[in-house]
Design a binder for this molecule. Sequence first.
Ligand code: CLF
Ligand code: SF4
Length: 277
Amino acid sequence: MLNLQPINELKGHPCFNPGAHHRFGRIHLPVAPRCNIKCGYCDRKLDCANETRPGTSSRVITPEEALLALQKALVEEPRIRVAAVAGPGDPLANEETFRTFELVSKTYSGMIKCLSTNGLFLPGKVDRLALLGLKALTVTLNAVHPEIGSRIYEWVDYEGERLTGYDAADRLIKNQLEGIKRAVELGISVKVNTVLIPGINDSHVEEIAQTVKELGVHLMNIMPLYPAASFKDLARPTASQLQEVRSTASGILPQMTWCRQCRADAYGLLSAQTCLS
Ligand code: CLF
Ligand code: SF4
């Protein structure tokens, strides 16, 4: 097992620093409804399955409402150190994400800004995120081979074209890896989330870990599939399956094991699982 060294400026980040999740909280500002891809496990009536607990729904708020929500949440829970956008769609497919970070920066300059994305638009938008002061980035990466990815992603909308099958996965994966590389160059800390899908990518996780490690990713979060939508008949990984895959991957990259698969409107300590009303 590798040691997980907290990155200094993210010491108050409950997801990036193992020592922080009992002491500091985060808020997810649900300003991003649109998505640019279709994951097989995603039910569009629910929150983004990459950062949420499927089965729960959230409302969408404007950037101005998000700032008010942050102000209110800080009164209730002053230990919030991170303002994040994690859905309910893909944050980078929504201009409101950028406006929200602008507003947060103006009012709370010390707040850590965080974002979770499928990575499709990352190459074109990561420089803008860095200029806005984003310090923590999560990319959900479920495959590094298009053959495997094509079993996970139903389509990808890119530059005015709807791609399917191999081409969809190939474009998504290329953009994810290019975007991660650029984010690391810009000094952003990158975590990769991988949804563990038994029978599809369970024997591929080691290769994902190795690939992203070489790009400078310093933390991995393997999350068990919540069966839904096209994947509703797949089995949810058991605790021992999850443990086994994490244990193997931990020889390559430090593992986040305290993830709560939060909703896109969660706030407070990770353990509290409260959401915006
Ligand atoms: Fe939110 Fe994600 Fe930022 Fe954390 S959550 S955008 S990195 S501030 Fe954390 Fe929640 Fe797990 Fe995500 S526990 S689902 S890893
Ligand atoms: Fe659904 Fe999130 Fe995948 Fe988009 S990135 S299809 S919202 S799970």
